[in-house]
Design a protein around this ligand. Sequence first.
Ligand code: ZN
Ligand code: ZN
Length: 648
Amino acid sequence: MAEQAESVRVNFSDGTSMEVPKGTAVAEALAQWKRTKNTWVAARLNGKLLDLRAPIEEGGALEPLAPESPEGLEILRHSTSHIMAQAVQELFPGTKIAIGPAIENGFYYDFDPPQSFSPEDLEKIEAKMAEIIVAALPFERREMPREQAIELFRQRGETYKVELLEELTEPTVSVYRQGTFVDLCRGPHIPDTGCVKAYKLLSLAGAYWRGDERNPMLQRIYGTVFPDAKGLKKYLDFLAEAQRRDHRRLGRELDLFSFSDEVGAGMVIYHPKGALLRHILETFEKKEHLRRGYQIVMGPTLLKTDLWKRSGHFDNYRENMYFTEIEGQSYGIKPMNCLSHMLIYKSKVRSYRDLPIRYFELGTVHRHEKSGVLHGLLRVRQFTQDDAHILCTPEQLHAEIQGIVDFVIEVMGLFGFSYEMEISTRPQKSIGTDEDWERATTALMAALEDKGIPYQICEGEGAFYGPKIDVKLRDALERKWQCATIQCDFTLPERFDLTYVGPDGQRHRPVMLHRVILGAMERFLGVLIEHYAGAFPTWLAPVQAVIVTVTDKQLPFARAVYEQMKAAGVRVDLDERSEKLSFKIREAQMQKIPYMLVIGDSEVEAQAVRPRRRDGRQLEIMRPEAVIELLQKECLEGSGGRIGLGAV
Ligand SMILES: [Zn+2]
Ligand SMILES: [Zn+2]
């Protein structure tokens, strides 16, 4: 009895505090503090997350978690995965459960069902979840010895849970139960199933147990849940828009690129329009680099394995590389372009007067990505980087970094991306002197500060060989993508003994910067396709205009206009099919061609065309020369004056 009287003091965020008997439920203490109606999903006591049903065993700071808070949302999402799993097991007896975490924007659960799920099953599962939610079943936590939990899950036939439990070392584990469903889980969870208001199951996918393709293939169901219907609707609208813009779909519809099982996963096949698009981007890049004092270089794809050993790639990066043998000699396919660039640098004695040296290569590299992470153009095994290596004196470092930052800002502005910058500092395991790191990190920060660009510091996230700036761009849907990066490197100049002769006549070590602006061209193209929803600005569009006639009668004049425009460097098509005008226009719109040039009898008479934009807007009738002038103006405006008609 004496123990029951023991009380503890809990403090709340508003500065008030309260004595409660030890063992009081969290929810009860919170209810005494704030009597208003609430939707709290869990709480934090002295920084530790707790169920609202949990007893208070110690005094300290107590804070409720709303479903809108980051932790609250995660708890709501993870709890909904339990509800989905309950629905699945009730509908499909014999289904084994694997794992079901919360993820960004939702949750999933991996199942091993006796029979594969069909997309229609998702609706049934959703309906069953609604029943479970209406029943407001409590989430009950129980702690038990690990051995007992193994027995419990063995009896339930949950072999995956048994496997997980057998690998744990803790003597005690926690198990959560709601209704008929039992799961091994650390928690915390929402107090009862009734807390779930706005959810939706999204998709079905295959997933190997523990992500390993030697293991059985499980069925993963993705879903999402939000604190309210408004949040859910906003997210579903976003998903629909993302699907409309999906570069894999648009890549097919616009005939830009494809993948083939016969070729192999993660290898892009560019069709004429896709290759042309890339050619335009590459032309832009080459011009831009030459203008900024870069020299274009090219290195081989295969380099001797001994060289990869010397660079450290063999020791640190071998798993991601492909190797082959030629006449008994081992070669590695390059995953990066640095080595050739260094060999070019080393081909001569360099003086401080030669620096900075900026080598640029559209370098095609191969990296072994697991098949499970490959995703359209965004994650591939062969890709081309707009890669450059700058070798400079320590004194030049600041100006060089600033030059790259300017470059990034200008290019991102041109494509209409906003961006965020991050600086990653020295990790635990790293090489180079404190002084090197200090100087390089300061140079990176100063370059951004001088421009008034805010940045985030990612403490200890730098590469082992030096600090870096990462640029995350935001596309039209506010999604973040990693593209440009600027990395300082102290190791490679050391390992390859790169030097320059200083004003003192002595040999010094240059600093090396690795940098990309767009990053991998494949990935950037994928992002660009989604950003523009396939409707490329005139300077980038593989086909800028298509000539369509009302009837075949106007074809001779249409052909003359076609030749005239072609000669002026316009990327133009002529639709000679005997289809209805409306059909031809609709098709051109689907192909997202910027201009349709319509020719009927009156246009032939006036020796002119009637342009129509892909958004449906009609322009005044005009002579072909005027159209050429209009397109030229749009190309120059769009590319910042770099890529006019006929430039590619
Ligand atoms: Zn759980
Ligand atoms: Zn490099």
